[in-house]
Design a protein around this ligand. Sequence first.
Ligand SMILES: *[C@@H]1O[C@H](CO)[C@@H](O)[C@H](O)[C@H]1NC(C)=O
Ligand SMILES: *[C@@H]1O[C@H](CO)[C@@H](O)[C@H](O)[C@H]1NC(C)=O
Ligand SMILES: *[C@@H]1O[C@H](CO)[C@@H](O)[C@H](O)[C@H]1NC(C)=O
Ligand SMILES: *[C@@H]1O[C@H](CO)[C@@H](O)[C@H](O)[C@H]1NC(C)=O
Ligand SMILES: *[C@@H]1O[C@H](CO)[C@@H](O)[C@H](O)[C@H]1NC(C)=O
Length: 951
Amino acid sequence: MIGMGGRHNWRLTSVDSFILCLLILLVQSIPAHQEGFISIKCCGGEGQTDSSSITWISDDQWYPDETGCQNIARASSDNYTTGHDKVRYFYLGNSEKRCYSLPTTPDRDYLIRGTFPFSNSVVGSVSSTFDVLVGVTPIDLVDSSGESQVEGIFRATDQYIDFCLVQETGDPYISQLELRPLSDDSSYLDGKDSTVLLKLVDRVDLGNNGIPIRFPDDPHDRIWTSQDTERVSLSAITTINNTISKTVAKVPLKVLETAITNEYSFQFLYIDLETRDCNYTIFLHFFELDDNVRPGQRVFDIYINNEKQQANFDIKENGSNYSELALNVTANGSLNLTLARVENKSKFGPILNAYEIMQVRQWVEGTHHRDVRVMDRVKDGLLQQNKGSKKLEGWSGDPCQPSSWDGLACHYSNGSTIITKLDISSSQLQGQIPTMISQLTYLKELNLSNNGFTGKIPEFARSSTLTAVDLSYNDLSGSLPDTLITLPHLTTLYFGCNVHVSADPSTFNHSRLRTDSGECARPGSAQKHNRIVIAIACGSFILAVAVVAACLLLCRQKLRTWGCINGKQLIMSKGAVFSIATTDEDPLRTINIQMFTLNQIENATQKYKTLIGEGGFGSVYRGTLFDGTDVAVKVRSSTSTQGTKEFQNELNLFSAIRHENLVPLIGYCSERDQQILVYPFMSNGSLQDRLYGEAAKRKTLDWPTRLSVALGAARGNAYLIVHCCSGLTFLHTFAERCIIHRDVKSSNILLDHSMNAKVADFGFSKYAPQEGDSGASLEVRGTAGYLDPEYYSTQHLSAKSDVFSFGVVLLEIISGREPLNIQRPRNEWSLVEWAKPYVRESRIDEIVDPGIKGGYHAEAMWRVVEVALACIETFSAYRPCMPDIVRELEDALIIENNASEYMKSIDSIGGYSLGGSNRFSIKPPVLPTPPPTPPEPSPINPQSMASVAPR
Ligand SMILES: *[C@@H]1O[C@H](CO)[C@@H](O)[C@H](O)[C@H]1NC(C)=O
Ligand SMILES: *[C@@H]1O[C@H](CO)[C@@H](O)[C@H](O)[C@H]1NC(C)=O
Ligand SMILES: *[C@@H]1O[C@H](CO)[C@@H](O)[C@H](O)[C@H]1NC(C)=O
Ligand SMILES: *[C@@H]1O[C@H](CO)[C@@H](O)[C@H](O)[C@H]1NC(C)=O
Ligand SMILES: *[C@@H]1O[C@H](CO)[C@@H](O)[C@H](O)[C@H]1NC(C)=O
């Protein structure tokens, strides 16, 4: 168990499950009756077994550091001589805390006990006081001027409990920590709602003048101390004993075997209690040790603080030798427990075998369960890549209470504490941004700036309430996710000075969004430049609308800063959109399309040896370039009528457009009437192949992959047609000039080696007609089964035609069926006509591909079905826009992924399995309203946990 790195927590992430497994192994290797015991000697050695046969572990899996470890010189007068001679000090800042997170089973009652030695016995120590918390409920204030043991009884509400020390003055320390599960019939918390914590004041085995009784005599390892003569009134107490063979008592026999008695009365005085009104429960345990006493012969009254709590109490009244009482009192400063014989009625005086005094403390709710879970995983994610980070090491226990972690801000709202701000700027953090960060439902501000974060920017859920995000001054890469840019409440987004981040300019259509220039404008690190953004915006191939639009968009905002736009370059005539501009002197040209010679093409394809596809344009061959790149080479056939223009078209578009979900053009060849385009080879073929082609027979595409492919394809298409729907009013010239693919279909969605979707085949693509254009020149193009009926009948092309086709693709993904198949019964020829009635009647089970049954989350599936249905509306006006489809699919994917992650976490916890492939039946529960957007259904929330582990 040594060497778990900076792990302090015992919450159930994958790392923790690993620790838990180790613990289970350890627990199993010790006697079964210690089951669930966790016994920690701080700074101690492993596997020690003490005289009461308890096996101890060290705390180095929580705190591997040795610097806080100190030796204790134990004096013989020490009260808790369990023999451990080390103590761990935490050197903390003001109000900082350090916690031990221990695994628990929800709904089970536990005893937790910390031991804090007399600090004078620690060489060179200075005095200190600190708070001790169970969860976030304060249980005691430890003062180093005496030795103390702090014990509490609580009912677990989660899979772990934190035991925390919070700095007050001086440094907190601890030498031992013990967790003991109580059996179900332990009655401590009976009748109390689970929202209390019982703090032990005293637990006394009367009549015992020897060593305290604990495990193994007490299976729960409660410590029954001998009676403290100062507390009990001395007048003629008699100690009696007897052997008991068996009893139904919840107290060890050994404890009951001794008792005290007096002819008239005895009393216990506690004068050093908290001086405020506190509630106490006093448990009294009686066993009649004198066999001569018959019912009615030992009758007494019980007073607490001069109030009679029980009159005429008779142990043997019910025929049993054993009886117990739990008395509730409110006291301030002192307790006087008196047992007095009932005069003239009772032959014998009172007897008492044991008692426990517990202070009842209100349980303090921790931070919103889901936020804690997410935050722990964010922390784990960060820690994995930033071992030894002081900031992260300080993140211990509850993120918000009693004071929040450095970098967090929390709010109390609607009865729970939520995390609203995460600011870990300038913290020298590296590695990927943990994707879980996007799951902080209530987060409003996120500041990750001035670190060394790398990798992609995570996607965000629509329900996010983020208003401000600062990602600047990192080393992130990829594009700004649409899911981030389009967050409904986002007003500020800084991403500057991330050299590898490409901001897809077309997505900055939110004028309300305040962003930076993407530059490294702030003083201190002036070297970095967001060249990619500049390059995309101002690259030399300012040919096609998208780039012009991009330039207009970005450079309008940044004209003054960059000064990079030459006004002349933007002037384009309507007819000029297909021409290739070659402003070779432009230094920022980044979209690099190679020109190949015919010779090179023939070498690459070994003289067109491997034919991998054929289309209207011509044939496609597989090849390998001299540098090893696998390519697909598209050769225009000499008989093709559509060739030349499409060739130009694709060349123009591709040289202007780059998107991760569009197949990029590597190069071309235009020599001796040959027109050849060169693309990277997509090793996983087309979506069509995967759904119902040859590849599908080998291996069915699972639902999450289908979903992510659909999303990728939608993003690719949305990139092309984004301007049609978004209403960029200031782009008068190009507002309606979007690019319409015109041949969206599953065979045009290609899959690369890691199953990323890339839209291919722009041969048919057109700019959307503008007002004033004569539409007559546009002949109807497309593929049967995908063709928009409105376009077909009116010959009026719009971006919504692609949307219709995309709807058909979604239906293919759902059903695994081809869009048109005349081999099927007549009513099933057309996928659209066949599927529609089922969807309308909510019978989606009957159209879902049998190959993915049971492998999807119902809510995610429904979202996709609904989008598909909207896309295939007969009237184009009723169809959604591509960006809307993207958002819907993103939400669906998030739901699906959360469900899978959730299932995994449930499985790894063990014992909470929902059973096999029952995922279809999971209804996503509803979260408490995160203001001000409506709740997002999400599977990781307390309510769903509750449904798993019934409270
Ligand atoms: C042990 O307990 C006694 C009685 O409560 C107390 O007076 C004494 O100070 C304790 N010893 C230490 C080292 O705290
Ligand atoms: C003490 O309080 C609990 C609730 O906190 C209650 O269930 C129990 O009956 C009370 N006992 C007595 C003797 O009043
Ligand atoms: C019980 O009392 C007898 C004497 O009466 C004594 O020898 C014995 O040690 C006592 N046992 C306990 C457990 O106190
Ligand atoms: C003590 O108990 C009473 C009644 O059960 C309750 O009203 C009161 O708030 C409690 N006081 C404290 C300090 O917990
Ligand atoms: C404790 O309570 C008993 C019974 O009410 C009373 O007789 C006795 O004087 C009290 N003792 C003290 C020290 O208050």
